[in-house]
Write a protein that binds this ligand. Structure first.
Ligand code: NAD
Length: 490
């Protein structure tokens, strides 16, 4: 890989981090780490057992109850988060490099977007850390005595954070930022398919000077380490980002113990291209939303709903845009799409493409793997309808379906006719139309005339199968605190 210094290409230690110490899993088990962009081995990931998870939860609990962290002021927690943001920025090349080799995605994506967004997220929550408080109430006397009532807003305790492989540093920051600002301690488990950048982030957390045990890292499988974390009685809240299937399972286990949960799950997001849309904005925007990170983004606008009067032109231009996407080496300067995260993911995507064809969708472009070492797949577009499996289920790959509509009523109905409710995009020049759609679309976010991006000040959430609860902004603070009522009768 040309251009990057040795420091930028440094691999982190692939161990667990528990109570401030780096160490192997209790039984020494490891799992090979493979670069999906070229199939080459990158090292061995420690696979935490339930014993390791337990040790991590105890370390987090001890720090929360009696450690230095519990005595830090909000301003001091903010100072540490700010220092972490500086370190993330200073290590931007390295974090982006680790995501590119671990996920197969183009280096420029995390370098330009997610890593700066992670730094911004830590800064945003550094700002909240000394502003978290309760309310006072002016109430009548009680039994002839003066009543003074107020609320305290306090940390929940130990937060278990479970993250997916598609944007690991950014999603880790979305969980760590609000949890730490509010004074919680954390045990984080990244996805086994891409843990390297999260491990590096935990090294930076240590370097920033967070007390030992505030953030503990358990790498390993979902079935063992993730499950143990969800079930552990010492965990007060689970903050999960991943697939709806696993989310449901986590919610069921957590609800049994009445643990708090936040779930950020999948999507099948519509993009509504109105008759008056500015197509010079739509074509690149819609294309990026389908093919960024090889389509492995929760917010991918994989259902393109187009007014029938402009459908032929939009289809022709989207196909041309898909065919012009440069797929190749994640580190080449002109690369726009890299490898899928694994062969397993490629097979899943290809299975959906075969199903699309079998159900009668019209393949417009792509639809097959690209013949080179690694798990590369061509940007793929279908024309079809909303009832197709490829238009109903999340593919999590570079596959979009173009669907025609007659009028805005039908567009709204098609957009909402899905189990998911994460994001939506409305492309129109008419503000009244945009506002009407914004009120009626059943999604956690509505973007008008652009695809994202999220901002740490804005709540991030999904409705229906896309999630439960919010992250980011003040909503993120609320989701990481509990309110307590105090009444003093004097
Ligand atoms: P996944 O559900 O397979 O895994 C996510 C995490 O859960 C991983 O760390 C995994 O090890 C862990 N896990 C798996 N089984 C578990 C279990 N039984 N108990 C506890 N933990 C378990 O998801 P993925 O393939 O890593 O990610 C893709 C999914 O994530 C897609 O559905 C995507 O839309 C979603 N996602 C959502 C958002 C959002 O903000 N809404 C963001 C990114 C990704």
């Amino acid at each position: 890989m040309s251009g990057l210094s040795e420091t930028a290409r440094r691999l982190p230690r692939t161990e667990l981090h528990i109570g401030g110490r780096w160490r192997a899993a209790a039984d020494g088990a490891v799992h090979p780490i493979i670069n999906p962009g070229n199939g080459q081995p990158l090292g061995a990931l420690s696979m935490a057992t339930s014993v390791d998870v337990s040790a991590a939860v105890v370390a987090a609990r001890t720090q929360f109850e009696t450690g230095a962290w519990s005595r830090l002021s909000g301003a001091d927690r903010g100072r540490l988060l700010w220092r972490l943001a500086d370190l993330v920025e200073a290590n931007r090349e390295n974090l982006a490099y680790l995501e590119a080799i671990d996920i197969g995605r183009p280096y420029f994506e995390p370098f330009m977007f997610e890593i700066p967004l992670a730094a911004d997220t830590f800064r945003h929550f550094a700002g909240w850390a000394d502003k978290i408080g309760g309310s006072t109430f002016d109430l009548p006397d009680f039994d002839g005595r003066q009543r003074h009532s107020y609320t305290l807003r306090q940390p929940i305790g130990v937060v278990g954070a479970i993250t997916p492989w598609n944007a690991p540093t950014m999603i880790a920051s979305w969980k760590l930022g609000p949890a730490l600002a509010a004074g919680n301690t954390v045990v984080i488990k990244p996805a086994e398919d891409a843990s390297l950048s999260t491990i590096r982030l935990v090294e930076l957390i240590e370097e920033a000077g967070f007390p030992a045990g505030v953030v503990n890292l358990v790498t390993g499988s979902g079935a063992v380490a993730g499950d143990a974390l969800v079930r552990h009685p010492g965990i007060d809240k689970i903050s999960f980002t991943g697939s709806p299937g696993v989310g449901r399972r986590i919610a069921a286990i957590a609800s049994e113990a009445l643990k708090k949960v936040t779930l950020e799950l999948g999507g099948k997001s519509p993009q509504i291209v109105c008759r008056d849309a500015d197509l010079d904005r739509v074509i690149p925007g819609a294309s990026i939303s389908m093919f960024a990170n090889q389509g492995q983004t929760c917010a991918s606008g994989s259902r393109v709903l187009v007014h029938e009067a402009i459908a032929d032109e939009v289809t022709e231009r989207l196909v041309a845009a898909a065919q012009s996407v440069v797929v190749g080496d994640p580190f080449a300067l002109d690369t726009q799409m890299g490898s899928l995260v694994s062969e397993r993911q490629l097979e899943r995507v290809d299975g959906y493409v075969r199903k699309g064809k079998a159900e009668g969708a019209r393949l417009l472009t792509g639809g097959s793997r690209i013949d080179r070492p690694g798990s590369f797949y061509a940007p793929t577009l279908f024309a079809g309808d909303n009832d197709l499996t490829i238009a109903r289920e999340e593919i999590f790959g570079p596959v979009g379906t173009i669907i025609r509509f007659r009028d805005n009523e039908e567009a709204l109905q098609l957009a909402n006719q899905t189990d998911y409710g994460l994001t939506s995009v409305v492309w129109t020049r008419d503000l009244a139309t945009a506002n009407r759609f914004a009120r009626q679309l059943k999604t956690g976010s509505v973007w008008v005339n652009a695809w994202g991006p999220p901002h740490p000040a804005l709540p991030w959430l999904g409705v229906k199968t896309s999630g439960l609860g919010s992250e980011l902004g003040w909503s993120g603070v609320l989701a990481n605190t509990v309110e307590k009522t105090v009444s003093v009768i004097s």
